[in-house]
Design a protein around this ligand. Structure first.
Ligand code: BJW
Ligand code: ZN
Length: 252
């Protein structure tokens, strides 16, 4: 690991042609979405997100768990992408580079900033489905509380997210694995890097000799794998990383 900073990261970016941007909750923090491990705010502060985000939590109290997700979906709808999301989208429009966005986040802020998201590894707040027949419901249903019954079979709808112990959506996972296998640079933004199998992705890149740039104000499990760490918030560091380095000199 080194801390060569912005110059080192820009050199890696200039040399790269196939970039995976792998994001976690810190990516959306400056949009006003609490990170997963900071999620104990307001009326939810007496609840453990690790319990709410589990099949056991759902089985114990689906009304409570649904209300938590409806509240989070409502909050996401009320905020906007931050400068970090916009920088990732801009990177995706750069000629000569392929950018694959792989996110653990269940919000839609990358899409609303203009990125195509290749993998939502942990699902989406806006993809409720029937827990029995699997019928997909409209995104608007995600903010309804109490939850309506499945119009097809009358059973219970559930949030379209991936809980602990559940498998990741296979297409999303395969596309992420393939992109990492072909990448020559990985940018990891705002994740503690402890939830598997997602956390394998930067491990695989580093093991294959692919440079990893980490953007995170705090150190994480990714830090030891990173060639460069940009120790700051995503909404500041990502636009700085993409800025033409001459701009700082000649003011263009
Ligand atoms: C900033 C910032 C700023 C702040 N700018 N940065 C033992 C060993 C290994 C694995 C396991 C194990 N025991 C069990 C497992 C498997 C388990 C797992 O990994 N557990 C670990 C916790 C140990 N994994 C699973 O169960 C997965 N499925 C699976 O393995 O299937 C196979 C299987 C089947 C059957 C049985 C067993 C296995 C599924 C994992 C699903 C994770 N789901 C969640 C909830 C999604 C829905 C919801 O949102 O409610 O996904 S958990 C939660 O963690 C969420 C996140 O996507 C994920 C990762 O969190 P993330 O993004 O890292 O966020 P934070 O909050 O932790 O960190 C924020 C970071 O941002 C920090 O670093 C800050 O510093 C930084 N930051 N501000 C930049 N402005
Ligand atoms: Zn149904």
């Amino acid at each position: 690991m080194s801390t060569a900073g912005l110059d080192g990261a820009r050199d890696l970016l200039d040399a790269a042609s196939s970039i995976v941007v792998f994001t976690g909750a810190g990516m959306s923090a400056e949009s006003g979405i609490p990170t997963f491990r900071d999620a104990l705010t307001g009326m939810w502060e007496n609840h453990d997100p690790m319990t709410l985000a589990s099949p056991e939590g759902w089985a114990n109290d689906p009304d409570l768990v649904w209300a938590w997700y409806a509240d989070r979906a409502t909050r996401v709808r009320s905020v906007t992408p931050n400068a970090g999301h916009l920088a990732v989208a801009e990177l995706g429009r750069r000629p000569g580079v392929t950018v694959t966005v792989v996110t653990q986040n269940v919000d839609d802020l990358h899409e609303r900033a203009g990125s195509v998201v290749t993998s939502h590894l942990h699902g989406s707040l806006f993809a409720p489905r029937c827990q029995d027949c699997g019928r997909a419901e409209s995104p608007d249903v995600a903010v309804a509380n109490p939850r309506p019954a499945c119009p097809l079979c009358g059973s219970t709808l559930r949030p379209g997210v991936v809980w602990f112990g559940e498998s990741l959506p296979s297409g999303d996972w395969l596309r992420a694995e393939n992109a990492v296998g072909e990448a020559d640079l990985m940018i990891v933004v705002g994740t503690t890097g402890v939830v598997y199998p997602a956390a394998e992705l930067p491990e695989r890149a580093a093991a294959a000799g692919v440079p990893v740039v980490e953007v995170n104000p705090d150190s994480s499990a990714v830090t030891a794998l990173a060639s460069v760490r940009l120790a700051g918030p995503a909404a500041q560091m990502l636009p700085d990383l993409l800025m033409d380095r001459r701009r700082g000199v000649d003011g263009r």
